[in-house]
Design a protein around this ligand. Structure first.
Ligand code: URP
Ligand code: ZN
Ligand code: ZN
Length: 452
């Protein structure tokens, strides 16, 4: 079916224009004023609406395995929530078990992701260094997966030693690709959290206290220095603190390839959320933890000055019963919270409408930059020849985020009560309408795997 979108305002990262868009066979075929309708076209009148490239969330964890059970959204429910929020592509993770090859783990993850309604790709995690790791990295690159995620925290599960981390940077520095990094000094975190628990300090408040901004910033600095040594481009995920930003900015000013992402929860929520009863505080147990007002301001400033290029959500929700595994020991609370559904509306409401960012910057941080950084060359802008992943955004719609009305499969909602404006009223993915007037109109028709 050919779709003609008329009368809307097209927002790209570099410009806004009033024009029509013709879509045919997955692609944007034409962008021009007054495209003449033909009988066979499905016509959408977008008068008064913004037309934006489908959101790209470069950081989600659907059905992430943890000792408390998998994160509560699987690829179907999580991607459905993403579509309702205007996100048409997600990048999730392949996390092998120690001893398992990354390529085998990739095959398994591809099967799990087949039910995704959005398009999807993966970052692949070396969780150890084996004789075969270098050739596995090369194989992943050949297969179209060019970003490798390492954890400097979670030492007992997926975290790398310094030597292993260095090996990854050295290798990707040679082979090409990008290393994405969870930056927290995992050894120091272990010492502090064990000390708190031994003193009987077991509540979520001490989760946050055991992961101070200094530990994050130290890991950021170490990553930057090692990446410079091996000439390896890096992408720091979920940057939460002002201190980390100073190191990132310094490196960028020296011309080093260092990209940074932050998440909506670090922009909109503060560490006061950890004070109170377990049932009200456990939802905010995530790593890094929520920070201070001053960190939020520094993050907004860094978005404005492009030190931070992308907003990922780190979507990783858990139900209260899963969080409750750690009611007597915060170390057992599964880390993470949902966000994929509300990213675009939160950034529109509290970014654009509060004059922190322009409409074009909103598109840039929610879609275009992720496409550029991660090699999604067919996505991230409304241009002839690009994939037709398009959102028709109704700027007047009002919502109050709540566990009662969200689509993500979780009985917790960290943005509960936040008022938002804007709705992904029509979502077109791969040239097909998949959401219309708040209704999902796609059933078995899933997204595509994206090779990068
Ligand atoms: O708390 C978090 N961030 N959970 C998800 C895993 C990760 O560290 O990104
Ligand atoms: Zn992380
Ligand atoms: Zn994550």
């Amino acid at each position: 079916m050919k779709i003609l979108i008329k009368n809307g305002i097209i927002l790209n990262a570099n410009k806004s224009e009033q024009a029509d868009i013709l879509i045919s066979e997955y692609k944007i075929k034409k962008v021009a004023k007054n495209i003449k309708p033909e009988n066979s076209y499905h016509i959408i009148d977008a008068n008064g609406k913004f037309i934006i490239p489908g959101g790209i969330d470069p950081h989600v964890h659907m059905q992430l395995p943890t000792p408390a059970g998998p994160s509560s959204d699987d690829f179907f429910s999580g991607s459905r929530a993403a579509l309702f929020g205007g996100t048409t592509t997600i990048i999730d993770f392949v996390t092998p078990s120690r001893g398992q090859s990354m390529c085998d783990a990739l095959d398994e993850r591809i099967l799990e992701a087949k039910k995704s309604l959005t398009n999807y790709s993966f970052h692949i995690s070396p969780v150890e260094w084996r004789n075969s790791t270098e050739s596995e990295i090369t194989e992943c690159l050949k297969r179209g997966f060019n970003s490798f995620k390492v954890y400097l925290a979670y030492k007992d599960a997926v975290g790398l030693t310094d030597e292993e981390f260095e090996n990854v940077l050295k290798t990707v520095g040679k082979t090409g690709g990008l290393v994405t990094i969870h930056c927290e000094d995992g050894d120091k975190v272990e010492v502090l959290r064990n000390k708190f628990v031994s003193e009987g300090l077991i509540t979520p408040e001490y989760h946050a206290k055991s992961r101070p901004a200094e530990f994050e910033a130290a890991a950021v600095k170490k990553s930057i220095d090692l990446a410079a040594k091996y000439n390896c481009p890096i992408y720091i995920v979920h940057v939460s603190s002002a201190l980390s930003l100073t190191h990132i900015k310094d490196a960028q000013q020296k011309g080093q390839a260092v990209f940074a992402e932050t998440c909506p929860h670090y922009l909109f929520l503060e560490d006061s959320k950890y004070i109170g009863e377990f049932k009200n505080t456990a939802a905010y147990v995530m790593s890094p933890p929520l920070r201070k007002k001053a960190d939020q301001e520094a993050l907004w400033e860094a978005i404005k000055t492009r030190t931070v290029k992308t907003i990922g959500t780190d979507h990783c929700p858990f139900n209260l019963a899963q969080k409750a595994v750690g009611i007597d020991d915060f170390r057992k609370i599964p880390n993470g919270a949902g966000g994929v559904e509300h990213r675009m509306a939160l950034l529109y409401t509290y970014g654009v409408l509060e004059n922190r960012i322009s409409l074009n910057e909103w598109v840039d941080i929610c879609s275009t930059q992720a496409a550029k950084i991660f090699g999604l060359s067919q996505k991230g802008s409304i241009t002839v020849g690009k994939d037709a992943d398009i959102v028709i955004w109704n700027p007047d719609y009002e919502n109050t985020i709540s566990v009662k009305n969200h689509y993500q499969k979780c009985d917790l909602e960290i943005f509960e009560g936040f008022k938002t404006k804007g709705l992904a009223e029509i979502v077109i993915r791969n040239g097909e309408i998949v959401v219309e007037d708040g209704e999902l109109i796609v059933s078995n028709n899933t997204g595509k795997i994206i090779l990068r």
